[in-house]
Design a binder for this molecule. Structure first.
Ligand code: ARG
Length: 406
């Protein structure tokens, strides 16, 4: 019997062609897993339609897995708690979904007795790294196959290949953009975007098309670092993200245009839209300003960049990432409270208020009015001793810093 391979199937041209190509070239049986991480393929096509395409291409089966809550509760939640933005900007949209998909790929490989898993990534991107390193971390014995790295076909060749085998693809030879999407947002590549000087075209955006001129104000509530309610209404994190993508996105907020460093050494111009992700991280970080003790806050800020880099680099399942998760979790015990956000179309967002029952902000200490509880006289000795070293240095060695003649 032919060896069985489980393919991470998206329904796009590459993974559809990969089914037939692996069967023909490698003589394997191909089973597919279609993981729903909240991608919203255009409404004219359901997940069942996509499944039918996998079967038409020759797959022996195609399992659909609903991983939307898992994506939200385990992956987006950790990204929020870590205020995760790669290179200070990108909220890890694609990078967060790959480990979710890998987990299901490995589960199905076990269930179906496969000896290998496969993905449709090319050799130039980060996603191949995430699929492969992730699989090796969860299942060191499984082989990982990457047909798109082997077949040497151009996009036009792939379209011809699909026609030759009667694979019902919807793509044409001149597709413009490569788009990856999930609950956390959308990543747009290729086409005119490849010229970093050219302003991003309006066309590929879907979440952030401005449909209102009215400002929107909303309140997000957090419990121990996790968003739990929107305008006082409790909801699952997946629902909250969907609602926020819609409400914040309608004001045009959530676009990113950047040049980023891929793991494989290529700089690439990327366009993203992630209104909920950016709003949630901004609100969460603001609540931390109110509630985190200073040293913890500063140390956390140093580690957040590292966390985002590890996840970007495909190290979701790795010892350092897990150790950092433990640190982040410890810091979130008191990140409970509300944050008020104001969205002004087109595309502006500000935090305009925050409150918490466990805030470290103390009005009596901070105020300059009559409610002041701060002991002013204590500062005299404190500041004298704090600056003593500098004073001594100035008296003995520091004279050259004064203006000449003073
Ligand atoms: N550059 C982003 C990342 O590496 C997005 C990748 C999107 N993938 C795609 N097939 N369009 O996370």
């Amino acid at each position: 019997m032919a060896q069985r391979v489980v393919l991470a199937y998206s329904g796009g041209l590459d993974t559809s062609v990969a089914i037939r190509w692996m069967m023909e070239e490698w003589g394997v049986d191909v089973a597919c897993v279609l993981v729903d991480v909240g991608q919203d393929p255009d409404s004219s096509e359901s997940l069942d339609d996509i499944r039918a395409r996998a079967l038409a291409a020759g797959a022996s089966e195609c399992v659909i897995v609903d991983a939307r809550d898992e994506m939200a509760e385990e992956f987006c939640a950790r990204a929020i708690m870590a205020n995760a933005r790669y290179e200070g900007k990108y909220p890890l949209v694609s990078a967060l979904s790959r480990p979710v998909i890998v987990r299901h790929l490995v589960d199905q490989a076990r269930r179906l007795g496969a000896t290998a898993v496969a993905h449709g990534c090319t050799g130039k991107g980060n996603d191949q790294v995430r699929f492969e390193v992730g699989t090796h971390a969860l299942a060191p014995d499984l082989e990982v196959l990457a047909p798109a790295r082997n077949w040497g076909m151009t996009r036009a060749d792939s379209v011809d290949y699909a026609h030759k085998w009667d694979i019902p693809i919807r793509a044409s030879k001149e597709k413009i953009y490569s788009i990856d999407e999930n609950l956390w947002g959308r990543a747009i590549e290729c086409g005119d975007i490849e010229d970093p000087w050219a302003a991003p075209p309006e066309e590929p955006y879907t979440l952030t098309r401005v449909t209102t001129t009215e400002s929107v104000e909303l309140t997000l509530s957090f419990h121990e670092g996790r968003p739990v309610a929107l305008d006082g209404e409790s909801m699952s994190l997946a629902d909250l993200i969907r609602t926020l993508n819609h409400r914040a996105g309608a004001t045009g907020f959530g676009r990113i245009d950047m040049v980023e460093n891929r793991r494989v050494g290529i700089k690439s111009r990327e366009v993203y839209e992630a209104p909920a992700a950016l709003a949630l991280i901004a609100a969460h970080a603001d609540l931390e300003d109110l509630n985190l003790e200073r040293d913890v806050h500063h140390e956390k800020a140093r580690l957040e960049g590292r966390w985002a880099e590890l996840v970007y680099d495909g190290m979701w399942f790795s010892p350092l990432k897990e150790a950092l998760d433990a640190f982040v979790a410890e810091t979130q015990r008191f990140i409970t409270g509300d944050v008020r956000l104001r969205f002004d179309p087109p595309g502006l967002m500000r935090v305009v208020g925050r409150r918490s029952p466990v805030a470290l902000y103390d009005h009596g200490l901070a105020t300059y009015d009559a409610a002041d509880t701060f002991r002013h006289a204590d500062s005299e000795g404190y500041v004298r001793i704090y600056g003593l070293g500098v004073r001594t240095w100035a008296a003995r060695q520091g004279a050259r810093h004064a203006h000449p003649g003073s």
